[in-house]
Design a binder for this molecule. Structure first.
Ligand code: PRX
Length: 635
């Protein structure tokens, strides 16, 4: 690919060019794609509305770029390699030709069921190739996919379906994750009680878990495929999309109670995901690339599906978890498929590190060339372990900082090009103009400083709106600091000008690389009958990065605290999903509040962190004595 940066000097020159004339730079990068019609204008923007348009006037279909254009010279090359949860089950390989065939057929299934351009489709599936096929089939016909992670509860799914007014759900009877069977279809049935907009549910057979199929609504994936085959509907012409037509919605948590539907559009997202994939990982033809994320998160969208496929890469998809059947599973997969590039999360590294080196020692990891990390700050110990035991000191580690809203990687080393430094995401990629600002919005210049991380100029992969509520997009990202996109992260710039992300500065907790809003967890806890009020904060957790610490006021004294804790945790699982279960629940008589009724989370955070030496001035609290009780009874 002709946009791969090969040396640090080239990076510096490219970066300069990209900020001096961003439009010329991105137009040049966009030449590497297939367009049905080229753009009239490269960029049209203001951060006040916000209004962001890249490549307006252009026409394309992302699946033509991800599949069709590779058929001539890479038709027989694996596009997707799939490894099952159970190592005994045979893996599957889909070549570009086969992927093309399957995406076309399923796109015809969608059409045959009345799906049209612009319709919203919720996808709630296990990590099987059909999930990627479903996503691409939506994109092929211009339907907007909203993938919901398989760990979310019926209530969370219902909220997401209602917000996007989805017409269809694509799911499976169940999914395998480690030793567990996840009853996906049953969860969907519970969710759909509240969702009259959904007319059709397509169900893939995976676990053969007994399920109910509702007449007129539920249809088997396999039967629907047969139907279109019988009708001779084999090929499906791609829908020609405008550059700024919506490609997908992906819900993410913020500091308020309700998750937001982050919207990405066709052209800019495609160019950005593909450009960053190619550069950060330095993918070479025939490399086997393995990203361990779930497609339910943005990492899976951009770096399992769209980025790699747009570049004609071979992307490996894994159904299971890193510790099943044992903590050597990732290394077995690397060994089995001779993986060259591995992209995973600090949480996984920390948990495998704890299991010890016995699981690594007999595995042949010599195929590895590049290692990646994403989703949360990586601590030095985990970085070193990854470097020494997995990369054997020979593989650059790309610590990639980005967000659901950014569409693709923003700050990261370019493998083999940028000198790495443990715990540092290092430098911004071309096109990314960073600013650190203080509380008042003053830009902090120079090195060896820290502040709130903002971006001052648009990039093609950035969020366009929050679905159904553009004002919320403005308020969340563009209103805190005038004329800047605010990330919600704190960041430092060291003496070399390298960036290190220090974590969220808002009320968002990052648990195992998953964003969870404290308000969301509090709302769920407060739904439990005996709860009067609660306050949730993050605290350092050895494996998960951050754990969830909940302070809870009960109606009455409880006889059995342990049982009540379990009931509360179960309530949170039901309302949000198991990922949001509090790790610690402390019962308290009161919460530290100001006279105006605001909870002083700073104090609660310090206590949860175990740092009670300096709680600051507590004399302005309504009842300073509650702090003593909370301190004394800390878990
Ligand atoms: O706090 C940052 C953290 O994850 C947040 C974004 O979460 P999400 O939208 O779920 O996307 C995760 C995958 C891109 C950020 O605001 N984060 C992400 N990557 C890093 C990180 N923190 C530190 N270092 C990273 N490399």
């Amino acid at each position: 690919m002709n946009f791969q940066i090969k040396s640090f000097l080239e990076y510096q020159e490219t970066y300069q060019k990209s900020v001096t004339n961003p439009e010329a730079f991105w137009a040049e990068m966009a030449e590497n794609f297939v367009w049905r019609k080229k753009w009239d204008e490269v960029l049209n923007w203001n951060f006040k509305d916000p209004k962001i348009e890249w490549f307006s006037g252009a026409k394309l279909n992302i699946t033509e770029n991800c599949i069709d254009r590779h058929l001539a010279d890479k038709g027989d090359q694996p596009a997707i390699i799939w490894e099952a949860n159970d190592p005994q089950e045979h893996h599957r390989i889909l070549t570009y030709k086969q992927l093309h065939q399957k995406v076309n057929l399923f796109a015809n299934v969608l059409k045959n069921n009345g799906v049209k351009k612009g319709d919203r489709i919720c996808i709630y599936m296990p990590m099987v190739p059909e999930l990627a096929i479903a996503v691409l089939a939506c994109a092929r016909i211009g339907a907007i996919h909203s993938v919901v992670f398989g760990g979310f509860s019926a209530q969370s799914i219902a909220d997401r379906i209602k917000d996007a007014q989805c017409e269809m759900v694509i799911t499976a009877d169940g999914g395998f994750r480690g030793a567990k069977d996840i009853p996906l279809k049953n969860v969907i049935d519970d969710a759909l009680v509240q969702c009259p907009s959904v007319k059709t549910v397509i169900v893939l057979t995976r676990t053969r878990t007994p399920i109910s199929m509702i007449k007129g609504r539920d249809k088997w994936w396999e039967d629907e495929i047969k139907k279109v085959e019988t009708l001779g509907l084999i090929d499906c012409e791609p829908e020609i999309m405008d550059a700024e037509d919506k490609l997908f919605i992906l819900y993410t948590s913020g500091s308020t109670g309700k998750p937001k539907g982050v919207v990405h559009t066709c052209a800019g997202y495609m160019v950005y995901a593909a450009y960053t994939f190619q550069n950060v990982f330095q993918y070479q033809p025939k490399d086997i690339y393995f990203c361990t994320a779930d497609i339910g998160w943005i990492t899976g969208h951009s770096y399992i599906i769209y980025g790699p496929l747009a570049q004609g890469a071979t992307t490996l998809m894994f159904e299971g978890v890193p510790t099943y059947p044992d903590a050597g599973r990732f290394w077995d997969i690397v060994d089995k498929f001779k993986v060259n590039i591995l992209y995973t999360a600090p949480t996984a590294i920390r948990s495998l590190m704890q299991s010890g080196l016995d699981y690594v020692k007999d595995k042949d990891l010599s195929s590895l060339k590049v290692l990646g990390s994403v989703g949360e700050p990586i601590n030095e110990e985990a970085w070193n372990w990854y470097n020494e035991n997995i990369g054997k000191g020979n593989c650059p580690i790309v610590d990639t900082w980005w967000q659901t809203e950014t569409g693709g990687i923003m700050i990261s080393p370019i493998a083999g090009v940028t000198k790495t430094k443990p715990c540092y995401a290092t430098l911004p990629l071309p096109g990314i103009q960073i600013e650190l600002v203080d509380e008042k919005g003053q830009v902090i210049e120079g090195n060896d400083v820290s502040g709130n991380l903002c971006i001052k100029f648009p990039w093609p992969g950035m969020i366009r709106t929050t679905y159904g509520d553009h004002e919320r997009c403005l308020q969340t990202y563009f209103a805190t600091y005038e004329n800047k996109y605010f990330t919600g992260d704190g960041c430092l710039r060291d003496e070399d000008g390298y960036y290190r992300i220090t974590g969220r500065v808002d009320d968002v907790i990052n648990v195992s690389g998953h964003r969870i809003g404290t308000a969301e967890v509090e709302n769920a806890i407060n739904m439990f009958t005996d709860v009067v009020e609660s306050a949730v904060v993050g605290y350092p957790h050895e494996i998960k990065g951050q754990g969830i610490y909940a302070y809870v006021i009960l109606n009455d004294h409880t006889e059995d605290e342990e049982l009540t804790r379990k009931d509360i945790a179960m309530t949170v699982s039901r309302i949000i999903g198991a990922i949001a279960r509090p790790d610690k629940i402390q019962f308290v008589k009161g919460l530290p509040k100001t006279r105006s009724g605001k909870i002083m989370r700073r104090i609660l955070r310090k206590i949860a962190e175990g740092d009670v030496s300096n709680l600051g001035d507590t004399s302005t609290l309504l009842d300073p004595s509650v702090v003593e009780q909370i301190k004394n009874e800390k878990l």
